[in-house]
Design a protein. Structure first.
Length: 459
């Protein structure tokens, strides 16, 4: 990106983000850029598994382009809110920033699987990477490798520096994600240092959010389009749909940007908004990801144009809506309008949202997207067949995919070596042990397997 787009002055770092990727750039950083007080709120963004995104952004002084892609054409916005892009392995820089009193907010997009929760919703202390990080924290010899371990170490530095309270804002697709983040962070801190866990409880607020913006992977063609339209090269441009949504619930003891200037909404009760998004948008995405690839499709728009896939989505939405509508205080959710908007968004063929990208980490995602609807339907005396079909499609996909990207990939592979009902029960146990113990649910899922055919899928 050429020098004429470089800002004359950078905002001071007051936000630290973990999980620098395309979605953060199209969402939280985009909202911060548009805040009326953006000049006071710079973001230091740390990568997750690899340093690539930080290296690319650093070459451009943190600047990048958001391409809003609509049927009518593209629009381009240069975003300057990321003032420091850092390799996630640079734990020393992370601890320095969190020990600084000016840092007021930590935002997270570390994926659902990174929270390593057990069946009880608490930190899974048997998880290999959690065990390794706890050993490193206890010994003081080496740096944690997981986002949670790094965050806990940095919060310990903030406590030691008496830098005051701050807010942790979870932006991952988890139900009641602020509480999930709290359990995971305090669980790890408590296993290392009980006094640190107490300090976190007293000084760190965990804000729950519902985030929404379809952001497919950027392609070489997208980068070329920015060059052609804007006249500069941008190795970190990100493509997104015009629609965006951010609902937040919680306290910001050290302040926050004026995100409402860009349309963010602050509410007292996040759960109805979370469930609307998790079930209707994310649930449909997962269903299309597995069913669509089994049917030979590559993108959301292609899968939605398949009548069999569309009927499956509509049936799942009917089940989800029945349980959303039964929740007190959901009159403002406007579910019929939300469903119509989703159909329009999913059908935007200019947004090439690849099903293989959505299909990753299915064993984790289904726990939030399919299981609650299935459980609610069964509790109401209904079959829950549409939610069960999502799980069945995942099972078929897991057996057909050349390479499964999932935190439980080895366990899924072991289950797929079984046959018949034993296979179904073993796979279902990875998603929800209680459902696996229900013979009627096991039979229902087994009967639904094969609905979308057995065509092999690409990795």
């Amino acid at each position: 990106m050429n020098r004429r787009l470089r800002p004359s002055a950078k905002a001071p770092v007051r936000i630290v983000h973990l999980g620098l990727g395309a979605f953060h750039r199209s969402h939280q950083a985009w909202y911060t850029h548009q805040a009326g007080d953006a000049a006071d709120w710079g973001i230091a963004a740390f990568t997750g598994r690899r340093p690539d995104a930080a290296l690319a952004l650093a070459e451009q002084d943190g600047l990048y382009t958001v391409v809003e892609r609509a049927d009518a054409g593209d629009s381009f916005t240069v975003v300057s809110s990321i003032v420091e892009a850092v390799d996630g392995a640079d734990v020393q820089r992370l601890t320095e920033l969190l020990a600084a009193p000016a840092t007021a907010v930590v935002t997270l997009t570390i994926t659902e699987a990174a929270y390593r929760l057990g069946a009880d919703g608490q930190l899974d202390r048997k998880a290999h990477d959690v065990v390794a990080d706890l050993a490193l924290l206890a010994s003081g010899d080496g740096q944690p490798a997981t986002p949670l371990g790094r965050l806990v170490l940095a919060l310990a530095a903030r406590r030691a520096a008496a830098a005051g309270p701050l807010a942790v804002v979870c932006c991952d697709n988890l139900s009641n994600n602020g509480t999930v983040a709290h359990h995971a962070v305090v669980g790890m801190a408590g296993a290392w240092d009980a006094d640190l866990a107490d300090w976190i409880d007293a000084n760190v607020s965990f804000v729950s959010t519902s985030v929404d913006r379809i952001t497919p992977r950027t392609t070489e063609a997208d980068i070329a389009a920015v060059q052609a339209a804007c006249g500069y090269g941008d190795n970190s441009s990100v493509v997104a749909e015009p629609f965006s949504n951010w609902v937040l619930s919680g306290e910001f003891p050290a302040g926050r940007p004026q995100w409402e200037d860009a349309g963010a909404v602050f509410v007292a009760d996040i759960e109805p908004y979370e469930n609307r998004k998790l079930w209707l948008l994310n649930g449909a995405h997962s269903l299309l990801a597995y069913a669509g690839q089994l049917r030979g499709h590559a993108t959301v728009a292609q899968a939605l144009a398949d009548p069999l896939c569309l009927r499956a989505v509509e049936s799942f939405w009917d089940e989800a809506e029945a349980n959303l509508s039964g929740t007190e205080g959901t009159a403002d959710l406007q579910i019929p309008e939300y469903r119509r908007a989703l159909l329009a968004r999913f059908s935007n063929a200019r947004i090439a949202h690849h099903l293989a990208q959505i299909a990753m980490d299915g064993s984790t995602k289904l726990r939030m997207r399919a299981v609650p609807v299935l459980q609610a339907e069964r509790a109401a005396g209904r079959s829950g067949a549409a939610a069960a079909l999502m799980i069945a499609a995942w099972m078929d996909y897991s057996a057909a995919a050349a390479e499964l990207q999932d935190p439980l990939a080895s366990q899924v592979a072991e289950a797929n070596h079984l046959s018949g009902t034993d296979r179904i029960r073993a796979l279902l146990a990875l998603v929800d042990p209680n459902l696996a113990g229900d013979a009627a649910v096991v039979a229902l899922v087994e009967d639904l397997c094969g609905t979308f055919g057995e065509r092999a899928v690409s990795p």
